[in-house]
Write a protein of this length. Structure first.
Length: 316
């Protein structure tokens, strides 16, 4: 209601890929509503340009703010497209396009999505806090994922964009249509398989992050934009230390041996998600204790083979 206090816990989040970078794509509650978790927004960041005026008295000097950016972080549940044929694109793949991924490729019985280098897409994101509307335009993100025992698998998004000139507006959103989402499955022995280096390690957690480098680009003439400059997938696997006669990961550290890793979440067609990293290299290792067992935490870097293939998401 106009004039009332704003309720922080009633949120509507909309996102739409932009046709023209930086131009408000106008996402709608009917077509572009996201189902997200743990949404947090950094309302603004800006540079303070101070006029260092000499005066005969103490006091602050005038300033102007420039280089405005706005950021948002949130999670999305990892799940399939919801149709047994396996050819339906899940909504989270749209968000991956704003994080340096190509458009999903629909095959005969699956959908795949790989990273790209040239011409990454940008995104408009609208966030309603009750009837308080904030916008991010020309947005680009970075993404990570976490697969953990007895937890729901999630993608972690960190989006950086440019706010509109008003910074905020008051508008009541229509009821959002949350479409295309499927209930996720817990990561368990029944629902999840994980292999690394061809060995089914007993997994506590596998997490990776793209570490996309994004910076505000500002020049006289063109509009400010969020520039994507690179990425490098890193993360870790926390596993129960295997018998070294079965699998010796430690022997791969000094020579820099690489290995593939694959995680398959789900067993029923329509809600299967597979994550592949064909060339993982171990950069560090640590041992710890858990319920009297030796655990190994392996720090990992995902290397490309021929380019834009260091990670692949597939839904079936």
């Amino acid at each position: 209601m106009a004039g009332a206090n704003k309720d922080f816990f009633t949120k509507v989040i909309l996102a739409k890929l932009e046709t023209t970078e930086g131009a408000d794509a106008g996402p709608t509650t009917a077509a572009d509503a996201l189902r997200v978790l743990n949404f947090q927004e950094t309302f603004m960041n800006a540079e303070q340009k101070t006029r260092a005026i000499e005066t005969s008295y103490y006091g602050a000097t005038p300033f102007i703010l420039s280089g405005f950016t706005r950021a948002a972080t949130f999670d999305m549940e990892i799940h399939g497209g919801g149709v047994a044929a396996g050819t339906t694109v899940p909504p989270w793949m749209k968000m991956l396009q704003a994080c340096g991924f190509a458009a999903p490729v629909v095959g005969a019985s699956s959908v795949t999505q790989a990273p790209l280098t040239a011409s990454p897409r940008s995104l408009t994101l609208w966030a309603y806090f009750d009837d308080l509307l904030t916008k991010l335009q020309g947005s680009r993100g970075t993404v990570g994922f976490k697969i953990e025992d007895d937890e729901f698998p999630v993608l972690n998004f960190d989006v950086l964009g440019i706010p509109d000139s008003a910074l905020a507006a008051q508008a009541v959103p229509a009821n959002p249509v949350i479409a295309g989402y499927v209930d996720p499955l817990l990561s368990t022995s029944e629902n999840t398989t994980f292999t690394m280096g061809g060995f089914a390690a007993a997994l506590r957690r596998w997490s990776m992050a793209a570490n996309v480098d994004r910076q505000l680009r500002s020049l006289i003439g063109p509009a400010d934009r969020i520039n994507m400059r690179g990425r490098g997938w890193t993360g870790e696997a926390v596993i129960e230390c295997p018998d070294l006669t079965a699998k010796n990961y430690f022997s791969q550290i000094r020579p820099g041996t690489t290995m593939p890793a694959t995680c398959v979440q789900g067993t029923a067609a329509g809600n299967i998600v597979q994550i592949d990293t064909p060339r993982l290299q171990i950069s560090n290792a640590a041992l710890s204790e858990e319920q009297g067992k030796v655990m190994a935490t392996l720090s990992l870097t995902a290397l490309p083979n021929t380019g834009n293939d260091e990670i692949l998401f597939t839904t079936k």
